[in-house]
Design a binder for this molecule. Structure first.
Ligand code: F6P
Length: 320
């Protein structure tokens, strides 16, 4: 029986476990022998690969993170370690890989394909939502709901004390989490790396809004701006409001996957196994303009990240 190995790689994201389950189930359904790789790329090199049964993946769909653990392996950049990984797959009859992770992991697997012709299918998973070619990556909806819940709680204190709160969201260099959160939590200010901001006009807009009686204020700032601390002090100095900074941090990465993440995970995973079954070699699963599809890794690597123009337009009003 031909083997398909399933692995997670890069930062964990809610939705990885449902994707592992759906990929294993569908691989079995099509007559493959599924394997799980523990510890991501590091586990491929270090031979942490086990056969998987239906039972192994039967109680994971509701769990955040990844039961397979993950890693960012520098050793995989070196040929001798990739060769060790290939031999570990070969001795078990594993001829295809499903990798759930970010574009860095996909590029690593593309190099692996160039070396040893082991086909892979990639499932985009990162709360940053920064993989070009797809509008959605697993983990984003769960992270957004976690941020929404946190900002709703913070709003209670903000309102009770007429305070300002600067809430910093993750996303590395991408402002998607901050933009979607700013709109869905009714923030007064949004700062993201993709959009220019103008503190003078923000100040003027809010002075007009408050008419000398500042109410509470919520500002959502993407970590990639490096502006949270400065904005917190600026609000105190310029708007004369009592302001607090909350850095949400890794709370955004964890938690039980939402229905949307479970559903997207299942669809991406079935698509990934189907892609390998059709004999495709280096495809990434995508969700673009409301449709599921696949994109070869070289197109993902060459694409620019496109932000939802309607979301961008709404956020532009919050950064000036
Ligand atoms: O890529 C996911 C992410 O959570 C980013 O949003 C964040 O900048 C980074 O990972 C944090 O990395 P680490 O968990 O290594 O601190």
């Amino acid at each position: 029986m031909e083997g398909i190995a399933i692995m997670t790689s890069g930062g964990d994201a809610a939705g990885m476990n449902p994707a592992i389950k759906a990929a294993a189930d569908h691989a079995m359904h099509l007559g493959y022998e599924p394997f799980l790789v523990d510890d991501g790329l590091r586990g491929l090199i270090d031979d942490k690969i086990e056969k998987v049964s239906d039972h192994d993946v039967s109680d994971i769909i509701h769990r955040g993170g990844t039961i397979l653990r993950s890693s960012r392996s520098k050793r995989f950049f070196e040929y001798e370690h990739r060769l060790a990984a290939y031999e570990n797959l070969k001795k078990r009859g594993i001829e295809k890989l499903v990798v759930i992770g970010g574009d860095g992991s996909f590029r690593a697997l593309n190099q692996f394909y160039a070396d040893f012709q082991v086909p892979f299918a990639g499932i985009p998973a990162t709360i940053d939502n920064d993989i070009p070619g797809t509008d959605y990556c697993l983990g984003v909806d769960t992270a957004l709901n976690m941020i929404r819940q946190s900002v709703d709680s913070i709003r209670d204190t903000a309102n009770s004390f007429r305070r300002a709160f600067v809430v910093e969201t993750m996303g590395r260099h991408c402002g998607y989490l901050a933009m979607a959160s700013a709109v869905t939590s009714g923030a007064e200010i949004c700062m993201v790396p993709e959009l220019e901001y103008d503190l003078d006009s923000i100040g003027e807009r809010l002075r007009v809004k408050y008419q000398g009686h500042p109410n509470f204020l919520i500002a959502i700032v993407a970590e990639g701006c490096n502006m949270s601390d400065y904005l917190n002090r600026w609000i105190g100095d310029t708007l004369k409001m009592d302001s607090r900074l909350t850095i949400l941090g890794h709370i955004q990465r964890g938690g039980s996957p939402t229905v949307r993440d479970r559903l997207m995970a299942s669809k991406f995973a079935v698509g990934a196994v189907e892609s390998l079954h059709r004999g495709e070699t280096c495809n990434i699963m995508i969700y673009k303009s409301g449709h599921f599809g696949t994109l070869p890794i070289h197109k993902v690597a060459d694409s620019q990240l496109e932000m939802d123009p309607a979301l961008v337009a709404m956020c532009k009003k919050l950064c000036k």
